[in-house]
Design a protein around this ligand. Structure first.
Ligand SMILES: C[S@@+](CC[C@H](N)C(=O)[O-])C[C@H]1O[C@@H](n2cnc3c(N)ncnc32)[C@H](O)[C@@H]1O
Length: 289
């Protein structure tokens, strides 16, 4: 139990031990984040004993994390590229692996002025906002179906990039809609880039989730029996919405490269490639219309 008067390092060691005992994968990192959240200071840079308020807050957030609530939900905000997103129950936590997808999308827009961009399955908006953060001249629309996720997306569209230079507000347009039907009303050839991190878990993977992932919305994860339902729809229906040579950038699961490549090739996409994330796993499939 964390109590008032404890030295920061003593409290930190105790929190870490409890998180490790609860099976949290990165107990040392999480303990430091929780300490910062509860006390507003770094446990390694301060010797000041915990006040009763700080100890109470740290005890509370430690219990939540030991119950395997995602760290991002407890913090309520999470960094992505050079900005910070609002995050919480009802929306997928932005992952560090997804930064590679945003970086790839930004690179694929090099040389295109005032690009028109669509982020399908936007969640917090990390991808669409990631493009906008580095390409203020882009017109970005973020499409999302879940009403819970849309609450975070709208807030992030208003606030996440507010401190960055050259940004207009709202940073991106938010649209409530369904990937499986939105293509029907998109004007042909109107877009320069489609970026998406759609749900991609198989039915089997949905039965084997880590406790933290099981707290995230199933709608953000489940993609049919083979995990490919969303890629199939994108491959078949969204090429016509891009101008000839327009770019597609998709996050994939680490074992999905071949299956997604095959779907895109069969639907007539060209220049199909793949990028790895910083752990060396296949993470991002790219193609041209
Ligand atoms: C894997 S999450 C990705 C969220 C965000 N792009 C990211 O990278 O963190 C997929 C998102 O797709 C949304 N979604 C699920 N089905 C959808 C559909 N039919 N149409 C549009 N969005 C959908 C989910 O609510 C969720 O926010």
């Amino acid at each position: 139990m964390v109590t008032a008067g404890m030295a920061p390092r003593q409290a930190l060691a105790q929190v870490e031990e409890r998180l490790a005992a609860a099976g949290c994968p990165d107990a040392d990192f999480d303990a430091r984040e929780l300490f910062r959240l509860a006390a507003g200071r770094d446990p390694h840079l301060s010797d000041h004993p915990l006040s009763p308020d700080e100890a109470g807050r740290l005890e509370q957030v430690t219990a939540r994390r030991a119950g395997r609530e995602p760290l991002q939900y407890i913090c309520g905000r999470w960094p992505f590229l050079n900005f910070t997103l609002a995050v919480g129950p009802g929306v997928l936590c932005p992952r560090a692996d997804t930064e590679v997808v945003a970086e790839t999308a930004i690179q694929m827009l090099e040389g295109v002025q005032n690009p028109k961009v669509l982020d399908l399955c936007a969640g917090t908006g990390c991808l669409g906002l990631g493009v906008k953060a580095f390409r203020p001249d882009a017109a970005v629309t973020c499409l999302e179906k879940s009403p819970e996720a849309l609450r975070y997306l709208r807030e992030n569209a208003r606030c996440a990039l507010a401190g960055l230079p050259e940004q207009t507000q709202p940073a991106v347009q938010v649209e409530e809609g369904d990937l499986f039907t939105r293509w029907e009303t998109l004007p042909p050839g109107g877009l320069d880039l489609i970026v998406s991190n759609p749900p991609y878990l198989t039915a089997q993977e949905m039965t084997e989730l880590q406790p933290e992932t099981a707290r995230e919305p199933a709608m953000a994860l489940a993609a049919g029996r083979d995990g490919l339902d969303f890629y199939r729809a994108i491959a078949v229906h969204y090429r016509a919405a891009l101008r000839p040579g327009g770019a597609l950038v998709l996050e994939i699961g680490w074992q999905q490269r071949q299956a997604v490549t095959d779907l895109l090739a069969a639907a007539g996409w060209t220049d199909i490639g793949c990028r790895q994330d910083y752990a060396g796993n296949d993470r991002c499939v790219t193609a041209r219309a």
